[in-house]
Design a binder for this molecule. Structure first.
Ligand code: SF4
Length: 366
């Protein structure tokens, strides 16, 4: 069946009856909608909700966020990943406080001009927070429209994305963008899932072309899957006189301004232990010795699969325990010697946080 005219009414009726009770949907406060949309980028909704609730309790409005220390914002974001989102959120809040009286502007182009906001997020905030007639095409929306309207080109490539976006605009019911965009996303998240779509329970099954043609598994057409790249990395917890050494990364890259234990890639032909000794020499000028292997932690990000070899390190006996050693930093902007229980106050990338959590309560510094 190819009656797309019936698609939108079926979709909106379903959303009105079945939508999830998400905290920002209670009053569509623009600040709350904005925070939720930034958090939901690359992240499942069930993970977003507890982070959102804690974040809003800590930073309830633009003014509170604009005043916040960046480490506190990164700490509140710790575990969600893609930390540039948190840094951009803070930068945007400071712009809003300085130039927009602490409120989000009710105009698509002005929202789009803020740090960390692309076409999708600008459309989502403009429509969901302000009811403006803008589309918001994310992966869920692409999948739903590719199936319902049988789009036969890869939807993540420019031509396919342009086609889906144009289709989303054609179908947009004037004055109903808030419900329409959320309904498309919700259908994609809950029913028209990437794997095992629940066509039997789908509210738009009667007008879905992919279902009618028996090609649901072939829609959307996918681009070539990017290869997974294995990364072997070594890191070390340098302990000295009851404290551990951490450094703050430079303000660039995926983990800019976050804290870490020094370390880096294991080079070809190098053992993990040799790698961490070399990395410490390069990044801090400390000469270290490995005193124990603490853990091997595996985690993934984007197209990388990381194996992180973690060591407990010490300085040679020639270092005076009464004097705090001073590093020469080459890959960080500052460093600290901390008591281990103070590590909880600082924001670390996922692999290092897993290491800290694994070590919590152990006698690893004894
Ligand atoms: S019928 Fe199946 S493929 Fe079509 S929109 Fe519904 S869940 Fe998706």
């Amino acid at each position: 069946m190819s009656d797309t005219a019936a698609f939108v009414p079926l979709l909106l009726d379903w959303f009105a009856a079945s939508r999830r009770d998400l905290p920002w949907r209670r009053d569509y406060d623009p600040y709350a909608v904005w925070v939720s949309e930034i958090m939901a980028q690359q992240t499942q909704m069930d993970r977003v909700v507890p982070y959102f609730t804690r974040f809003m309790a800590r930073f309830p409005n633009v003014a509170a966020l604009a005043r916040a220390d960046e480490n506190d914002v990164l700490k509140a974001w710790e575990g969600l990943g893609y930390y540039s989102r948190a840094r951009n959120l803070l930068a945007a809040a400071r712009i809003l406080a300085a130039k927009h009286q602490g409120t989000l502007p009710a105009a698509y182009e002005a929202i789009l001009a803020l740090p960390g906001i692309g076409a999708y997020t600008a459309g989502a905030v403009a429509s969901i927070a302000f009811g403006l007639d803008a589309v918001a095409v994310d992966a869920n929306v692409m999948r739903v429209l590719a199936r319902v309207c049988d789009i036969d080109v890869p939807v993540k490539e420019p031509a396919g994305k342009a086609r889906v976006t144009e289709l989303a605009r054609e179908l947009l019911p004037t004055g109903r963008a808030r419900e329409y965009n959320q309904a498309l996303m919700e259908l994609g998240a809950l029913v028209c899932r990437p794997k095992n779509p629940d066509c039997a329970a789908c509210p738009v099954a009667a007008v879905c072309q992919a279902r009618h043609l028996g090609i649901v598994a072939d829609r959307p057409v996918l681009s070539k899957t990017p290869d997974i790249t294995p990364l072997l990395v070594a890191t070390g917890v340098l302990a000295h006189a009851g404290r551990v050494f951490i450094q703050k990364r430079l303000p660039v890259g995926a983990w800019g301004n976050m804290w870490e234990f020094p370390g880096g890639r294991i080079e070809a032909g190098e053992t993990p232990e040799a790698a961490i000794v070399r990395e410490f020499a390069e990044e801090t000028a400390f000469t270290v010795e490995a005193s124990a292997k603490l853990a091997v932690i595996r985690h993934g990000y984007t197209t990388y699969r990381v194996t992180l070899h973690c060591y407990l390190l010490r300085l040679p006996d020639s270092y005076d325990p009464c004097i705090t050693p001073v590093p020469t930093l080459t890959a960080a902007q500052e460093s600290l010697w901390l008591r281990p229980d103070a590590l909880a106050r600082y924001a670390f990338p996922a692999g290092h946080r897993k290491l800290i959590d694994q070590l919590a309560g152990s006698l690893w510094l004894a």
